[in-house]
Design a protein around this ligand. Structure first.
Ligand SMILES: *Cc1c(COP(=O)(O)O)cnc(C)c1O
Length: 371
């Protein structure tokens, strides 16, 4: 599915010396590499503040803590996403309200958000799934109208761009009140362990966020609020500083690979290739097909048997997950149920060759030709 070794080999010298320099400096935690990385990330994203933390799940949790939400407050998010998005909501004693997604983009359906709003609703967490932005202009309109916070889960779409109807462009993760991302190794900007970050243009929120990541303190041993211990270590920051300047190139490589899959696979009637909305670019964290006529599981088995890597993201909608049955959505999530039965993701990474893609494509063709 990914080729992290192939990617490393091309930047080995720079990475190795960056790691060596950190070890040699012995500034392992909260060193200058972390500060420099935060500044460079802010510049790349066009945002005032980037605050690094331990991982993407922590980033989401810290964002909700920083907003001062109270137990019982409702947080609207997508029924079709990775569990982390909704896990942190439940962990903080907030109530996850799961709403359905759009069949074309797999992202949260804004009409369903409106229907799910109650007097207890305090925040919306749009997830930019698989690499393209949710409909942020509409989401920000709803948030303005109902006085809600917006926390973007940008773990899968760092580098994507959103275009507003007035023509202005913003990077994914910089549109809501707080943006969150993950530097898990397989993400589009991945480090060599765990890492994450939060983004905001709000000076007060930035202060609160950075204090929460560090045991709720701004002045040493003065704990003004309840915090956590969530840090990006300096070695990971040094690695990310080597990789950040390559992010756009990496996103292009993924995009080009996706266009080649599209070109080769769109002729197969029983497949739907990914659809790119007109308001967002797509950085293809995943290349995800829909398989019609109940044939997804058979195609998956055929690819497994042929030694072709493939994955189902995600096989069970959140409202059907055992741990989340108590939050059963009062609103129907027909599309996310449908998608969980239809989606399949193909190998997608920066090192994918045409030859490798042809092997995948041929295996898919042979499945449909023999049906
Ligand atoms: C990966 C991911 C996360 C969590 O990131 P970690 O760094 O693994 O904690 C959260 N949300 C989404 C959508 C993700 O894909």
């Amino acid at each position: 599915m990914v080729d992290l070794k192939g990617q490393y080999d091309k930047i080995k010298q720079k990475i190795d010396s960056a790691i060596y320099n950190v070890i040699n400096s012995a500034a392992f935690v909260k060193g200058p590499e972390v500060t420099k990385f935060q500044n460079e990330l802010s510049e790349y994203l066009g945002i005032k503040h980037s605050i690094a933390c331990g991982n993407g799940t922590d980033a989401l949790q810290i964002a909700l803590m920083a907003l001062g939400l109270k137990p019982g407050d409702e947080v609207i998010t997508s029924d079709f996403t990775f569990i982390a998005t909704v896990e942190v909501v439940a962990l903080l004693g907030l109530k996850p309200v799961l709403v359905d997604v759009c069949p074309s983009t797999f992202n949260i359906d804004v009409d369903k958000i409106r229907k799910a709003i109650t007097p207890q609703t305090k925040a919306i967490i749009p997830v930019h799934l698989f690499g393209q932005c949710a409909n942020m202009e509409e989401i920000m309109k709803i948030a303005d109208e109902y006085n809600l916070f917006v926390v973007e889960d940008n773990a899968q779409a760092i580098g994507a761009k959103y275009t507003f109807s007035d023509g202005s462009v913003k990077k994914a993760g910089t549109i809501g009140h707080i943006g969150c991302t993950s530097f898990f190794p397989s993400k589009n900007l991945g480090c060599y362990g765990d890492g994450g970050a939060l983004f905001t243009n709000n000076d007060d929120l930035a202060k609160i966020i950075s204090s929460i990541t560090n045991h709720g303190m701004e002045v040493r041993y003065h704990h003004d609020r309840i915090g956590v211990n969530s840090r990006l270590d300096s070695i990971q920051a040094a690695i990310l500083r080597v990789k950040l300047p390559l992010l756009d190139e990496y996103c292009n490589a993924r995009y080009n690979a996706a266009m080649y899959y599209n070109e080769q696979l769109s002729e197969i009637e029983e497949l739907s290739v990914p659809i790119i909305s007109d308001y967002s670019t797509h950085v293809f964290h995943q290349y995800t097909l829909r398989v019609k006529n109940g044939k997804r599981n058979n195609l998956k088995k055929h690819l497994d048997d042929s030694g072709i890597p493939c994955m189902v993201y995600y096989p069970i909608p959140l409202h059907k997950q055992k741990a989340f049955l108590q939050y059963k959505s009062v609103h129907e999530c027909k599309v996310s149920v449908l998608l969980s039965n239809e989606v399949i993701s193909l190998p997608m990474h920066t090192e994918l060759s045409k030859e490798q893609q042809n092997t995948v494509i041929d295996a898919i063709r042979s499945f449909f030709n023999n049906m």
